[in-house]
Design a protein around this ligand. Sequence first.
Ligand code: HAM
Length: 420
Amino acid sequence: MSTFSAPKGTYDLLPPDSAAVLAVREALAAPLRAAGYGYAETPGFEHVELFSRGVGESTDIVTKEMYTLTTKGGTRLALRPEGTASVLRATLQANLHRAGNLPVKLWYSGTYYRYERPQAGRYRHFSQIGAEAIGTEDPALDAELIILAADAYRSLGLTGVRLLLNSLGDRACRPAYRTALQDFLRGLDLDEETRARIEVNPLRVLDDKRESVRRQLAGAPAMRDHLCEACKEYHEQVRELLTDAGVAFTDDERLVRGLDYYTRTTFEFVHDGLGSQSAVGGGGRYDGLSEMLGGPPLPSVGWAIGVDRTLLALRAEGAAPAAAPATDVFAVPLGDRARRELFTVVTALRRAGVAADFGYGGRGVKSAMKSANRSGARFALVAGERDLADGVVQLKDLGSGEQTPVALPDVVEDLRRRLG
Ligand code: HAM
């Protein structure tokens, strides 16, 4: 133990568990790359206003959870709490939307920061893979993204992920619904803070998890009954395309997301093995966000999947990817001359594309063989003075225990052949 430990709400990723995280990231990213999404990377911090305007002044993320700082020059910055506002900002800044090739399809992988109350599956520093399709209004694009996420979960072997789907309407129909909802909510028996929320962000009240509130929400007006014809038709098409693709979903009229930019399609992927932090991913359409950031109208849709929670879900199903052995060959030198010769062989093996490691530190054969076994390597290369005098090294199959002398100049080729 050192004097320091990782800050509350964070954790370190170390071998062997870290290999599973890399495997999850790769499995989530692969379908995106194959569907024409290009990789985007944006800074870990942005101007505070990007998020307060983009995510919404009244959201928990902006009011309570953002890590903000003021630079020595007086600039107010925030560690990014999410990726959508940043990716759209970057798209607008680089004028990618002007290249005449809409939608701009981007995927990203990164860590995000929210000052939340830490608990199982909820961290202050967490990791997402996200995808954004910017500049096109087409129900097939919403369906594409949802199908890609569903397929990614499936490729990981997850079976318990459920998809919740909703439409939040657009600027034509949402205002009237908002008013109807406010009228209903004002008549309920609610605490001061929730009453204030009715005036600023009434949809968020629908997401209240307290039983006393949930009970009273039973007769609340539903967005579904207030959708305009265009939104209804759009949503129906998304539903049909998902059905055609064999992606099961549940209509959830209470699904409101924690970010204010959503319009029309919203969705969440949940897993029942995770307790209260059940959302493994979520997203939706954000047709007005570009204008909120000072850009042109760019109707867009996207999602982000929580890498930490996806791994927890895999563990809950007993299906976490196992760490593949990193090494094929482990060299065990006995004595100084062998150290030099085998170190040269290891370098040559690596240059020939064979994953190889070496028994460092001049340890005895027993302890070095232990490292060889622990490394997961298939073969050990053992050499002492006598072997080298004979011009050979001993090639030991760590599975069968069988040992064969191999002439030093032939070792690399021999191992390449054996490892296929
Ligand atoms: P979000 O729902 O806030 O959406 O986050 C997406 C996913 O990130 C969640 O479903 C969850 O798995 C994971 N996540 C969020 N907060 C935490 C946390 N504190 N600890 C661990 N995991 C967490 C967004 O971030 C939107 N930007 C998604 C999006 C993209 N919408 C459109 N495009």
